[in-house]
Design a protein around this ligand. Structure first.
Ligand code: AKB
Length: 314
């Protein structure tokens, strides 16, 4: 089936792989990548690209009208660690970009929106283990506050204006194709690069800090699956909990040592420790499973194997 899709924030960690997966599924010319900067060669050369600021409503509207866009994936955001350094910039980017796409859908200029939320919506008083779909949320970061507010606005635009917006709360994401930037969970990607290049890594979180994590292939599959689902099955219009695996730095180090026995890990926790301490250790995603059939495929050891194999080849 042909459809015209716009990815905003296509050059980031998720956006790059999502763009390539959607181009594979719907054809290169149907998927318009956009970002404030240019991205990887493969992304730039495989299909249309537009330089675009996600906070500029008119610029997005022009691209939407020009390409007759039906679906928008809004992947532009400032993540938790960078957001603490630039609180107002994080708030402005994360909220204004969301309002831009919600308003385009309200005006019936696009049919469907994907917007990512995060485990950062939870806070120190949220139950840490098997965090339920519906629970107390008291985020302590600007990023988390913007994601929690965004969830409420998504639910509001759906209830009030019938906007078809779909969302998942991503855990920390691990990928080998594009580096993450500015998150608290970024260590779980950096560690693989350092393990191969230097056989050692100094971790900015303490060894036992267990967080929910996911391999990128699972995250992309979840994103495309929820967007393809029959709207009647999407019962949650704020955002769905999404689970795959949970581990701490010590466990990922052990998993790497199974392949690189000389690998050494040291610990120097910084300001990101406090952010990580406010987030859940594990997530209950039974509602995503019941409503649209979500089942993860990658565990820690499979992730480590695929990461090391592919980074070694790169
Ligand atoms: C971050 O660490 O800020 C992100 C997230 C969990 O949303 N990876």
């Amino acid at each position: 089936m042909q459809k015209s899709i716009l990815i905003i924030g296509a050059c980031g960690q998720i956006g790059t792989e999502l763009t390539m997966a959607l181009r594979e599924k719907y054809g290169n010319q149907s998927v318009i990548a956009s970002d404030i900067r240019e991205g990887s060669t493969v992304l730039m050369q495989s299909g249309p690209f537009e330089l675009m600021d996600a906070t500029d409503y008119n610029a997005i509207e022009d691209v939407v009208m020009h390409y007759e866009i039906e679906e928008v994936y809004l992947m532009a955001a400032m993540l938790s660690a960078t957001g603490e350094k630039f609180p107002m910039r994080a708030w402005n980017l994360n909220m204004n970009s969301l309002f831009n796409v919600l308003n385009l859908a309200k005006e019936k200029k696009v049919d469907k929106i994907f917007w990512p939320s995060s485990i950062a919506v939870f806070g120190p008083n949220t139950p840490r283990e098997h965090t339920p779909q519906q629970t107390l949320m008291d985020p302590t970061t600007v990023y988390g506050i913007s994601k929690q507010s965004g969830e409420r606005w998504c639910a509001y635009y759906h209830a009030k204006y019938g906007v078809d917006v779909r969302s998942v709360r991503y855990p920390g994401l691990i990928s080998w194709k594009t580096l993450p930037g500015g998150g608290t969970t970024d260590y779980a990607v950096e560690i693989y690069h350092s393990a191969l290049e230097e056989k050692r890594y100094t971790c900015f979180l303490e060894k036992s800090t267990k967080l929910p994590m996911m391999f990128m292939d699972d995250a992309i599959r979840a994103t495309i699956t929820i967007m393809d689902a029959d709207p009647k099955t999407i019962k949650v219009r704020s955002s769905y909990n999404l689970n795959a695996m949970s581990f701490g730095p010590e466990e990922i180090a052990d998993s790497i040592k199974a392949h690189i026995p000389e690998f050494e890990m040291t610990y120097q926790p910084d300001f990101r420790q406090q952010i990580a301490d406010s987030w859940p250790s594990s997530i209950d995603d039974s509602q995503a499973n019941a409503d649209w059939g979500w089942v993860p495929e990658f565990d820690l050891d499979t992730t480590t194997k695929v990461m090391l194999e592919n980074l070694n080849k790169a």
